[in-house]
Design a protein around this ligand. Structure first.
Ligand code: ZN
Length: 199
């Protein structure tokens, strides 16, 4: 597949701002302190930071699960799930360009809050990553509902138009995929810091 178009530097900055705010809002919603927050359990990447297999057509983001291993130990029990939120720049840009009611910042905030709610729920074992399709659809509805509640509390310009757009939105905005344990994202397991990458 030809590599799709990606965010420009100013758009990456908007995504980075949205990621910081989304982290704060979701942590607050789940009453997680800075220490409890899942800082080393996920990463957010734009298209420039994605492997070819992490790029999809259609969804705005995809969550890929990897198995991480802590440094300096070979104990199986020390392994952990690591979630890579793979933003699909091309799909987000298409949506923002085609829908007048959408602008990048509030839309990015919605997508990132939504994906972080998924990650928190997987990490707290409130939802199985390997769910059946009907379970995944039920989870989508729960995650949309939680995202809407989180964002309604925050006063974000342009948010009411965005929430109207999502009321009409039928297909799931994202996908979950498990990567092979033998195929971790290069250089991304262990000692990770969160934040937007892909510049
Ligand atoms: Zn979702």
């Amino acid at each position: 597949m030809e590599r799709p178009r990606h965010f420009e530097a100013d758009q990456i900055r908007v995504m980075g701002d949205a990621a910081s705010v989304a982290e704060e809002l979701v942590a607050e919603a789940y009453k997680m302190s800075a220490n409890q927050w899942l800082r080393h359990r996920y990463d957010v990447c734009t298209l420039a930071g994605l492997e070819p297999g992490e790029i999809v057509c259609g969804p705005f983001a995809q969550i890929v699960r990897y198995r991480g291993q802590k440094h300096q130990t070979s104990l199986g029990s020390a392994s952990y799930d690591f979630y890579k939120i793979c933003l699909q720049d091309h799909a987000i840009l298409d949506a923002v360009e085609q829908r007048r009611e959408l602008s990048l910042y509030p839309f990015a905030l919605y997508v990132l809050c939504h994906e972080l709610v998924h990650v928190v729920r997987f990490s707290l074992f409130l939802q199985h990553f390997d769910a059946t399709w009907p379970e995944k659809m039920a989870e989508e509805r729960r995650v949309h509902e939680k995202t809407r509640k989180i964002l309604e509390k925050a006063s974000i310009p342009g948010l009411s138009r965005l929430l109207k757009f999502y009321r009409k939105w039928q297909p799931p905005p994202d996908a979950w995929a498990a990567a092979s344990p033998a195929d971790p994202p290069p250089g991304r397991i262990g000692g990770l810091t969160t934040g937007i990458s892909g510049l």
